[in-house]
Design a protein around this ligand. Structure first.
Ligand SMILES: *Cc1c(COP(=O)(O)O)cnc(C)c1O
Length: 386
């Protein structure tokens, strides 16, 4: 019998008895996370291996190659940041923006505002162009702002999850190249679900997350940087002011040297590999078509119930639909009703759209006609009592 010597009597204040975890069944049809694919959850539950194990090192390369396919890019530095989408978002700015750099943010929603906040924290000289929540920027508006401000980076959100707008990308990359500006694109709610061509569009910096179109739990933030943006990184005067997100350090682990930086979340990368493998097995075009078809089914169904969609059809995002809450209806009470009685989550509005819209996500594994019909059916039968 070992007698343990302790310095103090152990405090019992926080020593409570909890039961083993049990999670309610949910169908997540909000702005994210979406439900993870069952095969992805199986991968997540596998026993971890060492983060320098040759097996794991091979798996890292597979994740990178699968990400290049999903993003349609040849970028060497394409890897998942250990953190949610916001970590990869911050990494794009932390690595390429130096104090005083002029950064132009095209802001038409909540995530544009977050980009502004992050760029200001890295002491960029931030200038913005603004649009009401629910509209997109025209090429002419973007060109005018580039000519006026001559930014070193233009940041724009491809799929604004707060508004349901998909920003048309034709021509923006060409303008940026012509005016020697890096193009930074938020692809958090488009990756896997919406046509996306990083190289063909001339995008220099992009980021995404694991929990929306990729059918994986939250925890990783895919990140990619072009060779043009790498040059800006390499010619920095000062160090990247964020040690954890410094891609030149991370590349020593993800590149050929395999030097320890931080302990990789190995199980999250198992899950990410499986999620990306499922996407590649389905094929990008099939996945994009599936998302579009199910979104149109939802849009038609909601409109035939007399509901109004917030965004005009040409700009509507297939992964996230904003529906106007009809006058006199308590939107929050209805979402709680769906959650508590049917286990279905949909989102409310943020910022300028708070209290005005519901946000319905059909992302990754959740984009099925069965899920659309289930939700439409509930709008039909339940909404009249609110
Ligand atoms: C969800 C989201 C983010 C942030 O990702 P997190 O994983 O929540 O950190 C950034 N941009 C957009 C457009 C998003 O929808």
């Amino acid at each position: 019998m070992v007698t343990l010597q302790t310095f103090f009597p152990v405090a019992e204040d926080h020593h409570k008895v909890f039961g083993q975890i049990s999670v309610p069944t949910r169908l997540l049809l909000g702005p994210g996370p979406s439900n993870a694919h069952p095969d992805v959850l199986k991968a997540l539950a596998l026993p971890p291996v060492g983060h320098l194990d040759p097996f794991y090192v091979d798996l890292m390369s597979e994740v990178q190659e699968l990400l290049r396919y999903a993003w349609q890019t040849d970028n060497r530095l394409t890897l998942p940041m250990s953190g949610t989408g916001s970590s990869a978002m911050e990494a794009t700015i932390a690595n390429t923006v130096e104090p005083g750099d002029k950064v132009l943010i095209a802001n038409n929603g909540y995530f544009g505002s977050r980009l502004i906040d992050i760029a200001e924290r890295y002491r960029a000289d931030v200038v913005t162009i603004e649009k009401p929540w629910g509209e997109a920027f025209s090429l002419g508006e973007i060109e005018e702002a580039i000519l006026l401000h001559k930014p070193t980076v233009l940041g724009i959100v491809h799929a604004e999850t707060s508004t349901g707008v998909c920003q048309p990308m034709e021509g923006i990359g060409g303008l940026c190249k012509k005016h020697d500006c890096l193009l930074l694109l938020d692809t958090v709610t488009s990756l896997g679900g919406v046509p996306l061509f990083i190289d063909k569009w001339g995008v220099d910096l992009a980021y995404s997350c694991s929990q929306k179109g990729l059918s994986c739990p939250p925890g990783l933030g895919p990140f990619t940087i072009s060779s043009r943006a790498e040059e800006k990184l390499n010619s920095r005067v000062g160090k990247v002011p964020n040690w954890y997100l410094d891609v030149s350090l991370l590349n020593k682990y993800w590149g050929s040297d395999r030097v320890y930086h931080h302990t990789a979340p190995v199980n999250m990368n198992f899950a990410m590999r499986e999620a990306l493998r499922l996407l590649s097995e389905e094929g990008l075009e099939n996945s994009w078509t599936r998302h579009r078809t199910n979104a149109e089914r939802l849009w038609d169904g909601l409109q035939s119930l007399g509901l109004e969609l917030h965004v005009q059809k040409e700009l509507r995002l297939p992964t996230l639909t904003t529906v106007r809450i009809p006058d006199g209806i308590n939107g929050k009470a209805f979402t709680l009703h769906l959650l508590n009685n049917f286990g279905i989550e949909i989102g409310g509005g943020l910022g300028a759209l708070a209290g005005k819209v519901w946000r319905i996500g059909l992302m990754g594994y959740n984009s099925t006609s069965e899920n659309v019909d289930k939700l439409l059916n509930l709008f039909d039968t339940e909404l009249s009592s609110f």
